[in-house]
Design a binder for this molecule. Structure first.
Ligand code: ATP
Length: 365
């Protein structure tokens, strides 16, 4: 960030609780801006299921171009179960953005926050700290919009795996592992597949071996997707960087979010070589929309990831410091047990959690 310049952030609140947690997040980022040299120029963009219902277009080309021009994209959530395209699939402009901007690496840090109840009784659950890395441009979801009805009773979707698609996300995994090793983590990369059953998966497995051979300093291993579902529940603290194809990664991310308390705790970044979008792992949660119960923590942590990514991109330590201030404020609020989200059986919703984070931010310097 040049001195005095603003960061152009495309803001896509979307539907349901997406819009609720986004409002909370912008309030917190504006407060951060008042305490730091960071300056934001919010470009609010329409899109999602409500936009589709009202206009027949879920996301305009203009909005896509605005995303392309932005320094980064901050995304709430889009899609509603009762608003669908004629083929029966849900409105999901986030998937179109991922493809259009080649946001191939879905980075989902799974990190337990302090002093919160855990679904796991083992005390090591406090030390859960790993990253799920989900390939986002191919895999089984490549078939979105390409599925075929072979006849009236047979639908076929295809899993597409390419060497180029695998190599870029595996290389990302090893780079991430390297960074984590410098921070005292093991720096091990685990490739999750089903190579014994599907050709596409056996190929992905082979490409991982090739890429791992280029990173001899980094420990690497494999795990079958079904075994991984078991292991993540039994010993999630044993993992560091877990890389997998698109749909496996989608499913494991929700499982992993459950390990640290729920969807409201899990942030994410959709990262490409030139663009990036940051959003909570959760969807629009129609069941709690309008109740005030939505936990905005994942949205705040996604915004911290955005500042971190921007700091790398612009080699600007002020952005890294902003990310640290925001993340520390969130962690402090939980460490000091100032809130207990509804998700954890507590009483605190969007407003209470946002106020607690704002108070902590204003207190810190
Ligand atoms: P999508 O397919 O769009 O990712 P989903 O079907 O996985 O969405 P979510 O919208 O993520 O569903 O919701 C899953 C469950 O988690 C719901 O019961 C919802 O209320 C809960 N949930 C999701 N996000 C939050 C949040 N921020 N705070 C509290 N509960 C949440």
């Amino acid at each position: 960030m040049r001195s005095g310049s603003q960061l152009r952030i495309a803001v896509l609140p979307g539907d349901g609780i997406g819009a609720e947690v986004m409002d909370a997040c912008l309030t917190v980022l504006d407060a951060l801006s008042r305490r730091t040299p960071l300056r934001f120029d919010w470009k609010r963009l329409e899109g999602g299921a409500n936009a589709y219902r009202e206009t027949g277009n879920a996301f305009t080309d203009d909005a896509m171009q605005a995303c392309e021009r932005a320094d980064a994209i901050l995304f709430g959530a889009m899609g509603l179960p009762d608003v669908r395209y004629p083929d029966g699939t849900e409105i999901a402009p986030q998937l179109d953005i991922r493809i259009h901007l080649e946001l191939y690496a879905g980075v989902r840090p799974i990190r337990a926050l302090p002093a919160l109840p855990s679904v796991l009784r083992d005390p090591r659950a406090e030390a859960i700290d790993f990253v799920i890395l989900r390939e986002q441009t191919e895999g089984l979801y490549w078939s979105r919009g390409r599925g075929v009805m072979q006849d009236a009773d047979t639908a076929v979707d295809t899993m597409r795996i390419t060497r180029a698609g695998c190599e870029r996300v595996f290389d990302y995994a090893f780079r991430l592992a390297h960074v984590r090793r410098t921070r005292g983590r093991p720096g091990r990369v685990t490739c999750v597949d089903k190579s014994g059953v599907l050709l596409s998966q056996a190929f992905m497995h082979r490409v991982f071996s090739d890429v791992a051979a280029r990173h001899v300093d980094a420990p690497a291993d494999f795990c079958n997707i079904d075994a991984m579902a078991l292991n993540l529940v039994r010993q999630p603290w044993a993992y560091d960087v877990v890389v997998t194809e698109n749909m496996f990664g989608d499913i494991l991310s929700d499982l992993a979010a459950g390990l640290i308390g729920g969807m409201g705790m899990a942030p994410s970044g959709d990262i490409g070589d030139r663009h990036a979008m940051f959003q909570p792992c959760h969807g629009t949660a129609p069941d709690i929309t309008g109740t005030g119960e939505a936990n905005p923590t994942a949205m705040f942590l996604s915004a911290a990831m955005m500042l971190d990514w921007l700091s790398e991109r612009h080699s600007d330590e002020r952005l890294k410091e902003g990310a640290r201030l925001l993340e520390d404020a969130v962690r402090t609020v939980f460490a000091e047990q100032r809130v207990l989200p509804v998700e954890f059986g507590g009483r605190d919703g969007t407003r209470e959690i946002t106020e607690a984070v704002l108070n902590t931010l204003t207190r810190s310097s």
